[in-house]
Write a protein that binds this ligand. Structure first.
Ligand SMILES: [Zn+2]
Length: 206
């Protein structure tokens, strides 16, 4: 369980214990093209000192949201990362390649953690609730910043940011078994204006 834990690092100073997820699927981490386990855990520790991550953590604490001991873990998983209510955030070490990606994943997932905490009736099985949080996470994390979009090969400039947020929100909703593709599309459209313009806890999209 303690494997990969960062003891006295900056993460510990910030009150978050970073640890590698201990599960039987650790094998294969080095051949699947991501970062080494060590680099990944170190990357997560550095990300905790990223100004946006610090800000979100502070805002969560102010809002009375529990920042539990092992909020962020390095793991072997199939996406770039995820957040599960009560379980916390996983960074998929086998998918991430750069520090910037780790920062992005953590900021994105922290928005979900924030939403989970401040919206008392949050129901992840409800397509509209989940869609709203995905719109916010993709918008506010900078996932759709034009430089990242150029790297992905999406070159359209006008309106690219909103297209990108929609595209990525729909992609994430595919993982929700209670959201069919049609329901996901409808949900994104239905909550778009409210959720795209809801930039809490930021004054405006960073
Ligand atoms: Zn998400």
């Amino acid at each position: 369980m303690a494997e990969g834990r960062v003891g006295g690092g900056p993460g510990a100073a910030a009150g978050i214990r970073v640890e590698a997820e201990s599960s039987s699927d650790q094998r294969g981490s080095s051949k699947s093209g991501g970062m080494s386990r060590k680099d990944c855990i170190e990357g997560i520790s550095s990300a905790i000192n990223h100004p946006t991550v610090r800000f979100l953590r502070e805002e969560m604490e102010k809002a009375g949201c529990p920042v539990w001991p092992a909020l962020i873990k390095g793991a072997i998983c199939s996406t770039a990362g995820d957040y599960r209510s009560g379980d916390g955030i996983r960074v998929c070490c086998n998918s991430v390649r750069y520090q910037d990606e780790i920062n992005q994943v953590i900021i994105h997932e922290l928005i979900h953690a924030y939403d989970d905490c401040v919206n008392k009736n949050m129901n992840w099985k409800n397509c509209a609730h989940h869609a709203c949080s995905e719109i916010r996470a993709n918008h506010l994390s900078g996932d759709c910043h034009y430089k990242r979009e150029l790297l992905r090969g999406f070159m359209k400039i006008r309106g690219h940011e909103q297209d990108c947020v929609k595209r990525r929100a729909l992609m994430s909703l595919k993982s929700n078994p209670s959201c069919s593709e049609a329901a996901a599309k409808d949900a994104v459209e239905a909550v778009w204006n409210i959720c795209y313009n809801d930039t809490r806890p930021f004054d405006r999209a960073p």
